[in-house]
Design a protein around this ligand. Structure first.
Ligand SMILES: [Zn+2]
Length: 139
C-alpha cells in the first residue's frame, strides 16, 4: 500500500462519515487501484448493513412507543375505574348511614316506603343502565 492509497482510504473514511464529498481524484484512484476499490466496497457494504440496522431500530422504537401508549392508557383506565369504585362505595356508605340513622330516629316507615319505591323502579332502571353500558362499550 503506497502513500496515495493511505490518503485515499483516509478520505474514503471521511466520505463514509459524510465529512467529505467523493471527488474525481478519489474516483480515478479507486478505479485504478484494486486495494482501494475493495476498501471502498467494504465501506459500502457496512453502510448498507448499518442502514438495515437503523431501519430495524426505528421499527422497534415505534413498537416500544406504541406499547408504552397502550400501557399508559390501561393504567389511566384502571385509575379511572378505581376512582369510580371508591365513589360508588362512598355514595353507598352515605346512603346506608342516612337510611340507618333515619330508621333509628323514627322514620322507619318513610325508609320502608322509599325502599319499596326504588325496588319498583328497578325493572325500569336496570335495563336502561344495561343499554347505557352496552353503548359505552361499543364506542
Ligand atoms: Zn489505492
Amino acid at each position: 500500500m503506497d502513500k496515495r492509497c493511505g490518503i485515499t482510504q483516509k478520505d474514503l473514511m471521511d466520505i463514509f462519515y459524510q465529512e467529505k464529498q467523493l471527488n474525481n481524484e478519489i474516483k480515478t484512484h479507486i478505479k485504478t487501484c484494486k486495494g482501494c476499490s475493495e476498501y471502498f466496497e467494504s465501506l459500502h457494504s457496512i453502510k448498507k448493513e448499518m442502514s438495515i440496522l437503523e431501519f430495524d431500530q426505528e421499527n422497534n422504537s415505534l413498537e416500544i412507543i406504541n406499547k408504552a401508549f397502550v400501557i399508559a392508557e390501561l393504567q389511566e383506565k384502571r385509575k379511572k375505574e378505581k376512582i369510580e369504585f371508591s365513589l360508588f362505595v362512598l355514595v353507598a356508605l352515605i346512603i346506608i348511614s342516612i337510611v340507618i340513622s333515619s330508621a333509628i330516629s323514627g322514620y322507619g316507615n318513610v325508609v320502608f316506603l322509599l325502599q319499596v319505591a326504588s325496588l319498583s323502579l328497578s325493572p325500569i332502571i336496570v335495563p336502561l343502565m344495561f343499554i347505557k353500558k352496552l353503548r359505552k362499550e361499543s364506542d
